[in-house]
Design a protein around this ligand. Structure first.
Ligand code: GLY
Length: 392
């Protein structure tokens, strides 16, 4: 791994720093259980405080994901109890088809239900996760060979894939393993093939979304929704590419996915400021004064740790070391250190920032905790602490 940044200047996370950060995170989840057992956590905080919401957003799986990671860390049945209550909410949501006309079934059901099924054998969790995989499969566009992200299925205005979807594919691979039906995994495989053809530019940066012609299914154009502009690289989109290629590499063993992992990782690393926490779009450099997106750091760290687990020898060590460096930088700069300050775990995330060139009408969750930022932070701490069977 050769990056422009001199990594020898940066320290790795020490054993006690890791354990302290992890213990604080679990304590924070425990403190939040009374608020978020029968209600979901909001997607982002306001003034660093999350509030209660119904189970409607694409983001509501992250909090139960944190609950299950806390359960794995402590074995405390209180977490399994709270996670089991969430399972029922997710089962109701998919059975009644409440706000599920989009592709984010993996973000929701891998974390809220595949987790529960793997850890406790909860059959309702399995049923909900398989139904969610069916729902995701229903977004398959046969002409373009991709899973449509948002909006009414088949509508020309919405005929696109987005890079984030790579994180939803784990649910499909899992459903095939679980049911013995290869159909789900075949869709996942074809979707990532289409995605990588269009979404990663020659320099390793990623478009956020890519449109396809409705009639012919031919790739049409790359457009941003949440990044600064169409030809920039939205930091979180780049992070989704890094982690998403690693997950598909685990399930398929396709060397090409590892090459894309390396290429997208290199672009990400070469566009970090010196404190290693990215601005919300990688086009912004040191001193730009733009808000950060701290959640991208944890997502990339999880991607590195996933890939480390699939490699051996020096390569494995290097990926783990880089993840540890990124997590130390993140903890030093952005981790919540005092429960009075926030009911979240990581400050300085950005959900969606308006620019004159993107699809965001007004800022939402800028310089705040974001629920996926907290989840991936805990996943990375878990992966650094112990062997782990991924929910993805
Ligand atoms: N998947 C939407 C986001 O990352 O904000």
């Amino acid at each position: 791994m050769n990056f422009e940044i001199d990594l020898s200047k940066y320290a790795e996370l020490g054993v006690s720093e890791l354990q302290d950060a992890f213990d604080f995170a679990v304590d924070q989840v425990r403190r939040n259980l009374p608020d978020f057992t029968y209600k979901c956590q909001s997607s982002n905080s306001e003034n660093n405080i999350y509030w209660q919401e119904d189970n409607l957003e694409w983001t509501t799986g992250f909090w139960p994901g944190e609950i299950w990671l806390s359960y794995e860390r402590t074995g405390d049945p209180i977490f399994a109890l709270a996670g089991g209550i969430m399972v029922q909410s997710f089962l109701d949501r998919i059975v009644d088809k409440i706000e599920v006309e989009h592709h984010d079934m993996g973000f929701l059901y891998s974390l809220a239900c595949v987790s529960a099924y793997k850890l406790t054998g909860d059959e309702d969790a399995r049923t909900a996760a398989i139904l969610a995989a069916d729902q995701l499969a229903s977004r398959w566009n046969e002409k373009g060979k991709f899973l449509q992200a948002w909006g009414p299925f088949g509508s020309p205005d919405h005929n696109r894939l987005i890079v984030d979807c790579l994180l939803n594919l784990g649910l499909l691979y899992w459903a095939s393993e679980e049911t013995g039906d290869p159909y789900y995994a075949e869709l996942a495989h074809q979707h990532i093939e289409t995605t990588l053809k269009v979404i990663v530019r020659d320099n390793g940066s990623a478009y956020h979304t890519y449109y396809f012609d409705v009639e012919t299914g031919a790739p049409d154009r790359g457009v941003t929704f949440q990044g600064y502009k169409d030809d920039s690289s939205w930091a979180r989109g780049q992070a989704w590419a890094v982690y998403g290629t690693a997950i598909s590499y685990r399930y398929t063993g396709e060397e090409k996915y590892k090459e894309y992992f390396e290429k997208t990782l290199a672009y990400y690393m070469n566009h970090l400021p010196s404190d290693l926490v990215p601005y919300w779009d990688l086009d912004f450099g040191e001193g730009s004064g733009e808000p950060l997106d701290s959640s991208s750091s944890s997502i990339v760290a999880c991607g590195l740790l996933e890939m480390a687990g699939l490699c051996e020898g020096e390569e494995r060590k290097e990926y783990r070391k880089l993840a540890s460096i990124l997590m130390k930088a993140l903890i030093d700069k952005c981790a919540v250190k005092d429960p009075e300050e926030s009911n979240g775990l990581v400050l300085n995330g950005t959900y969606a920032k308006h620019s004159p060139y993107n699809g965001i009408p007004e800022d939402r969750g800028v310089d705040e905790c974001v629920s996926w930022g907290d989840y991936y932070y805990m996943e990375a701490l878990t992966r650094l602490s112990t062997g782990w069977d991924p929910y993805w």
